[in-house]
Write a protein that binds this ligand. Structure first.
Ligand code: ATP
Length: 587
């Protein structure tokens, strides 16, 4: 496909705020796309050349892009910078300057989506001497052949700052319109901006939509889901897990007490310790053991000891387990809060050494696949029964999550208290016969914990400090994410961050945050900067209030940074839906 076709779609989608119209544009685009190319095309549509489960990160700075624009348009660095100051958007700078240049040369090759995709994907793998120059060359090659609007979107894709706003919900609905439009009688009335549905038709629409979402959550592959859609909704419903391909993990909403858990889940319930570690999904197949985080990042190399426990202590050739890995101090044997262990997730060097100093214990709680068979539609008690029969637990290496099955509220309450006494965060309570629902927050699991729910928010802007703090950014604009992938601001945070340098790895200082955010700056205005939404932090607060100041419609009262969430990308931030739920929950 020519890149210009994709560029037209970007322009169409940004031209309207109407969600149904955006869906129509995207669906028309999908109809034109070969299904086998859909995975790449949809990634490009969303401005993400790497899937979540791929390890590569682009990390191209604004500085590099300034050089690229200068090189490929023949403008001086100063001219490009001036234009940047004027417009505040490097995508627009590229568009404007390419326009000026093209008037002179009037020459361009047709760029294809694949060419843009391939060039951008090469970037993270270039390192060593001269790597910056090579990267500049690879991006410039694209810009030299680009038409003005194409240049804008190439720059934005490279900077991972699309500003187009295409989230999961939109892609899912566009798939639905493309393949089930007739079957579901989707008649979009563009003028009135509505679909005229009967109640029954709406129900069917929602059911199909859930099925497609589930297929995305299980395969994480748009081409595969497209191929299933062509076969019909039954094929989508029966989508298969594939060993080696990570699936989105099941999540849970919060309940206020044990009784609410019984109300929601029926009786008996399965109450499990809620360990304070990080989620890992582990696949074992002929190809070996692969470990994925909750954001589906492959961290196998970082956790050699976990790989070994899984190989030695679980019998079977092929399986997928769901677990929480909890770190402890080798010397004191004491469990450590997640912050201390998070450094292991990003570690590239000295991995063996760190795994000895800060080893993890694997708490296994679910089995999703075993010897060629997907178990996610089987009831939880059957899955756990199987899990218990194949695992040989060894404390401080690999264990089963502690659990109690009961229909007695007092027993459940005692178990919860015990979990807190043992230093755990609380309990996860599960419906004994529930299916495993990938990516779902509502579906048979709930959590019970004593503290006000913290939020994972994305930093979208910052302010430089004053006086002796002028070298640092000291106040940070924070945002949550909505169903369509848009970031909605919910406040500013400046507390919970330390001033002192030389702190240990897991302490967040102003200096550290500033260093993380500097390469992400997309716009500066006096003391204020806008940054690409990449860095996720966890914040506590006293209360959620309604607010007209921030785009989310809510504001956090006294937000305070608890930690960096390096295990989470911006899409995985707390959602608008959660904030609404917490807002009403606190009353
Ligand atoms: P968020 O609040 O954004 O969903 P979080 O990491 O703070 O994320 P919670 O929602 O509070 O987590 O709790 C759910 C998490 O608890 C799971 O994602 C998992 O990592 C962890 N967990 C610990 N023990 C268990 C268990 N026995 N069963 C399921 N999940 C568990």
């Amino acid at each position: 496909m020519n890149y210009s076709t994709l560029t037209e779609l970007y322009e169409q989608i940004t031209s309207t705020s109407k969600r149904l119209l955006k869906t129509k544009y995207l669906s028309d685009f999908i109809k034109k796309s070969p299904i086998e190319d859909l995975d790449i095309l949809i990634r490009m549509v969303r401005g993400k050349v790497f899937a979540d489960y791929e390890e590569e990160k682009l990390g191209i700075s604004s500085k590099i892009i300034l050089k690229v624009i200068s090189l490929s348009t023949g403008m001086t660095a100063k001219e490009v910078e001036d234009e940047w100051k004027k417009t505040g958007d490097l995508g627009i700078v590229a568009e404007n300057l390419v326009k000026t240049k093209k008037q002179v040369t009037l020459f361009s090759n047709d760029l294809t989506v694949n060419k843009v995709y391939d060039n951008i994907r090469r970037l993270p793998n270039i390192d060593g001497h001269g790597s910056v120059d090579t990267k500049i060359k690879i991006i410039s090659e694209l810009l030299t052949s680009a038409k003005p609007a194409e240049a804008k979107y190439i720059v934005r894709t490279v900077l991972e700052e699309m500003r187009v706003g295409i989230g999961d919900g939109l892609v899912r609905d566009a798939f639905l319109w493309t393949w089930f439009g007739n079957e579901l009688n989707i008649n979009f009335n563009e003028e009135k901006n509505v679909i005229d549905f009967t109640d029954e038709e709406r129900l069917a629409y929602n059911k199909y939509s859930d099925n497609i979402q589930r297929a995305f959550d299980i395969t994480n592959d748009f081409s595969k889901v497209g191929q299933l859609c062509v076969k019909g909704i039954e094929a989508v419903e029966n989508v298969n897990l594939e060993i080696g391909n990570p699936i989105k993990v099941m999540l849970c909403p919060k309940v206020a007490d044990v009784n609410e858990a019984f109300e929601k889940l029926g009786s008996p319930i399965q109450v499990e310790y809620k360990y304070d570690g990080f989620r890992v999904q582990i696949h074992k197949s002929k190809k070996g053991v692969v470990i994925f985080t909750r954001s589906l990042e492959n961290v196998t190399i970082q956790f050699p000891e976990v790989k070994e426990y899984v190989e030695k202590n679980i019998s079977g050739y092929e399986f997928i387990i769901d677990c929480e890995a909890v770190g402890f101090d080798e010397k004191t044997q004491k469990y450590m809060p997640f912050q201390h262990i998070s450094q292991r997730i990003k570690r590239k060097h000295g991995i063996e050494e760190l795994s000895k100093k800060l080893p993890v214990e694997l708490n296994v709680f679910d089995l999703l696949y075993y010897e060629g068979e997907s178990l996610i539609k089987k009831p939880l008690n059957k899955r756990v029964e199987k899990l218990e029969s194949i695992i040989t637990p060894i404390p401080k290496k690999i264990v089963l999550a502690r659990k109690l099955i009961t229909n007695d509220a007092n027993e459940a309450q005692k178990f919860y208290n015990q979990a807190l006494d043992d230093g755990e965060e609380g309990v996860i309570i599960k419906k004994v016969d529930s299916e495993y629902k990938p990516g779902k927050r509502v579906g048979g699991w709930v959590k019970l914990k004593p503290v006000m729910e913290a939020l994972d928010v994305v930093i979208t802007g910052a302010e430089w400090g004053e006086g002796k703090r002028s070298e640092w950014m000291t106040s940070f604009a924070i945002a949550i994410v909505d169903e369509f992938g848009e970031f909605l601001e919910i406040g500013k945070v400046g507390t919970g961050i330390k001033e002192l340098e030389g702190q240990s790895d897991d302490v967040v200082t102003f200096d550290k945050l500033t260093e993380l955010l500097k390469p992400l700056i997309i716009e500066e205005n006096g003391k204020e900067v806008m940054v690409r939404p990449h860095i996720v932090i966890e914040v506590n607060y006293e209360e959620i209030q309604k607010s007209t100041t921030y785009s989310s419609g809510y504001a956090l009262r006294f937000p305070r940074l608890i930690r960096l969430r390096e295990d989470r990308n911006a899409d995985g931030a707390s959602t608008a839906e959660m904030v609404e739920e917490f807002y009403y929950g606190q009353k």
